[in-house]
Design a protein around this ligand. Structure first.
Ligand SMILES: Cc1ncc(COP(=O)(O)O)c(C=O)c1O
Length: 386
């Protein structure tokens, strides 16, 4: 039986007062996540952080969290490394590929800085060529694939691309792009900031090599925690750029000659001490989402986003970017109203959305907890703008 939406909404207090339509920036924190954060903080404050059993319990929660993230990503548990956010995962993937001067990285004009800046940084460090595929609003899937096909070649070491565009909300054809770059022996790193928790993912079907997601957006978890998928067959190829105690097979798995042994899986990309309340909060938050049912979450996001698009399309002053595919993002403009001014006026009416740059658009996020009243509040606030 489908969960009761009112009860679900009650578990996300920040989504009750406002029409919370900006999950693509930050999702509302779930009570489940917040309760575990508080408990972990209290434990640290009152019980201390050095107690052996606390340490053991923390390892167990971290391991269970990798498994929870694996179910969100659609991959095996040992293909998941815990990170701090999407950008962390994109950096680990982008820096870990082995480059020679003159090698190429292919990206596109719509990437978020979280994926793009690591590309520019490695290009500068290793003397690489960056090919930026120019995307435009009217590109269909075939046009996108054709453009990438023209940019990818024998020197392409990495394609760095987002799964769901943070600007238009379109789902990029990762399987087809992966096939293109794999044909040349290159790899693909996918920015999953707008897809992780917003749509069903299956790493094997996507054929991605690396895939980074955050906790704080569509998974309604805390800040400071995320996950990186590393395809098992790429573990040998993706170097460990950052290493520390957690990157070892066991605490003594190194010697004075500089040899150290990583664990068999993606945990080797984890480094140093992580904020334990974030691990506990994310784990509890994901358990709550799984109790609701991840399939229900994804189906409901599709349904409410379709309704959102229909409601926006019915407003005469709205020009919607009608992408053929979507997860939870919808972009549009309002005739005669500057996007930033619209964001501000809507916020005053208790409707939380944002604008995005190049092309300048308004962007709404609709997620499983949003309901018809949120759509209605958005529609009336827009109609009042003119
Ligand atoms: C597509 C995309 N990539 C990366 C990021 C950065 O995410 P994080 O803060 O999790 O690194 C965002 C966040 O807004 C995004 O939309």
């Amino acid at each position: 039986m489908a969960p009761d939406l009112n009860k679900v909404r009650n578990e996300l207090p920040a989504a009750l007062d406002a029409a919370y339509l900006n999950t693509g920036s930050y999702g509302p924190l779930s009570r489940a996540a917040a309760a575990a954060i508080e408990e972990a903080n209290n434990q640290q404050l009152n019980g201390g952080r050095l107690n052996f059993s606390v340490g053991e319990a923390n390892q167990a929660t971290a391991s269970a969290l990798r498994s929870s993230f694996a179910r969100v990503l659609g991959c095996a548990d040992d293909e998941v490394a815990l990170t701090h956010h999407t950008t962390d995962g994109m950096n680990i993937a982008t820096w870990g590929v082995q480059y020679s001067p003159g090698d190429e990285i292919v990206t596109n004009s719509w990437e978020h800085p979280g994926g793009l800046l690591p590309v520019y940084a490695v290009a500068r460090r290793f003397h690489l060529v960056v090919r930026v595929v120019p995307l435009s609003l009217d590109d269909d899937e075939d046009a996108i694939v054709d453009k990438f096909d023209r940019a990818i070649g024998p020197r392409t070491k990495l394609v760095s691309v987002t799964h769901v565009s943070w600007k238009t909300g379109v789902i990029l054809p990762i399987e087809r792009l992966a096939a293109l770059v794999h044909a040349h022996g290159g790899l693909i790193a996918v920015d999953g900031a707008q897809s992780g928790g917003a749509m069903r993912l299956d790493m094997e079907a996507l054929n991605a090599d690396f895939y980074a997601i955050p906790g704080q957006k569509w998974l309604c978890g805390p800040e400071g925690i995320g996950a990186l998928y590393v395809n098992r067959i790429r573990l040998g190829e993706l170097l460990q750029t950052y290493v520390g105690y957690p990157s070892l097979r066991s605490g003594d798995a190194f010697d004075e000659t500089g040899i150290f042994l990583p664990p068999a899986g993606a945990k080797r990309y984890e480094v140093g001490t992580t904020y334990r309340p974030a691990i506990a909060g994310m784990f509890n938050g994901l358990q709550w989402l799984e109790q609701l049912g991840l399939d229900w979450v994804f189906e409901r996001t599709q349904t409410i986003t379709r309704q959102m698009r229909a409601a926006l399309a019915a407003i005469p002053s709205v020009r919607i970017v009608d992408t053929p595919t979507h997860a939870g993002l919808t972009s549009f403009t309002i005739d005669g109203v500057a996007p930033d001014a619209a964001v501000e006026s809507l916020a005053q009416a208790g409707v939380l959305i944002r604008s995005v740059p190049d092309p300048t658009l308004l962007r709404v996020s609709s997620h499983f907890f949003n309901d018809e009243s949120d759509i209605q509040r958005l529609s009336s606030a827009i109609r009042e703008l003119g």
